[in-house]
Design a protein around this ligand. Structure first.
Ligand SMILES: NC(=O)c1ccc[n+]([C@@H]2O[C@H](COP(=O)([O-])OP(=O)(O)OC[C@H]3O[C@@H](n4cnc5c(N)ncnc54)[C@H](OP(=O)(O)O)[C@@H]3O)[C@@H](O)[C@H]2O)c1
Length: 290
């Protein structure tokens, strides 16, 4: 059993912190900007809530963060009330936010000054993966810190991998999002085409999902896409944040991502249609629009 702090009880963080307490059996202290959510968490799982990130992190051996973007991450880690000001030397900060590789390196440097370890550990698997404790976790950091943190991370994960030095977890998540952008647009075009052609989409997917066209997106999203339902899942606003991180990194490392850049603009269209919080499969709504 370890002493753990968890900062950010959103769609992902709330159940992830819950697994650390219930499945992992750790001593968990949480912090959430909107304190009502922290109270709700304590009522559901036990443990303690703190008034600031620094206070939550005091004496913890492992501190987890799962907030929105780079700036949110800076605001809960740096400065007087940030976790780094409360953490003790020898502790490890594990960041589950999908953020840039640059901010990961920035936080590693700030942590090192205080003798604190840092691991960037973005996740994949969505709300369902977080609630089921079966996320895929892509880590960047040194091996010693990783081996210490891994048994704790296992509490909410099915697959945990060390991809290389700090920043490599975020770079891996970028590859993940590049794959998703292309696959979802391809699936949206196929379903749109099938409907225009008068095919029975259920029947078609039953057959082609077993062949080379099959994918997680096809298996898990075709039903709701066919029904035009998008008010759930991984929000378009979050995907655009992720693709912005990807395209910025691509400009830096000289890679060419023409399809990703195009799909990012398609998601901009979906936002204009009112779909900011719709699931990423809503690329079909843009094509089906009369
Ligand atoms: N949702 C998914 O399916 C999914 C899948 C994979 C990865 N992710 C990534 O995981 C991260 C969290 O996603 P989520 O869906 O859990 O988001 P969310 O439901 O919007 O929750 C965000 C959390 O961060 C906190 N927060 C945001 N800005 C903050 C700030 N400046 N200071 C303090 N706290 C702040 C929020 O506090 P309040 O409660 O006060 O707003 C909330 O607890 C994101 O980077 C996202 O891209 C999400």
């Amino acid at each position: 059993m370890a002493k753990v702090a968890f900062i950010g009880l959103g769609v992902m963080g709330f159940p992830m912190a819950g697994h650390l307490k219930q499945k992992g059996g750790h001593d968990v202290t949480v912090y959430n900007r909107t304190s009502a959510k922290a109270d709700e968490w304590v009522a559901k799982f036990g443990g303690k809530a703190a008034a600031t990130p620094a206070e939550a992190a005091r004496d913890a051996e492992f501190v987890f963060t799962c907030v929105g973007n780079d700036d949110d991450l800076r605001s809960v880690t740096l400065g007087e009330t940030g976790v780094l000001s409360g953490m003790k030397a020898g502790a490890i900060l594990i960041d589950n936010t999908t953020a840039s590789a640059e901010v990961a390196r920035e936080l590693e440097a700030a942590a090192q000054e205080k003798g604190i370890g840092f691991i960037d550990a973005p996740v994949s698997g969505g709300q369902a993966g977080a609630e089921g404790g079966v996320l895929t976790v892509m880590c960047g950091g040194d091996e010693e810190n990783f081996e210490k943190a891994r048994p704790v991370i296992d509490g909410y994960a099915r697959m945990v991998g060390l991809m290389g030095p700090v920043g490599s977890g975020q770079l891996t998540k970028m590859m993940n999002q590049i794959c998703i952008a292309g696959v979802v647009q391809g699936l949206a075009e196929a379903v749109h085409f099938g409907k225009q052609a008068g095919l029975d989409i259920e029947k078609v997917i039953e057959v082609i999902s077993k062949g080379a066209a099959g994918s997680w997106q096809m298996e898990n999203r075709y039903k709701t896409m066919n029904a035009g339902k998008y008010d759930f899942g991984f929000a378009v606003d979050w995907m655009r944040k992720d693709l912005d991180i990807v395209l910025t990194e691509a400009r830096r490392n000289g890679s060419r991502l023409p399809v990703t850049a195009l799909v990012d603009q398609f998601y901009g269209d979906v936002q204009q249609m009112g779909g900011k919080r719709w699931d990423t499969s809503s690329l079909l709504a843009r094509l089906d629009k009369k």
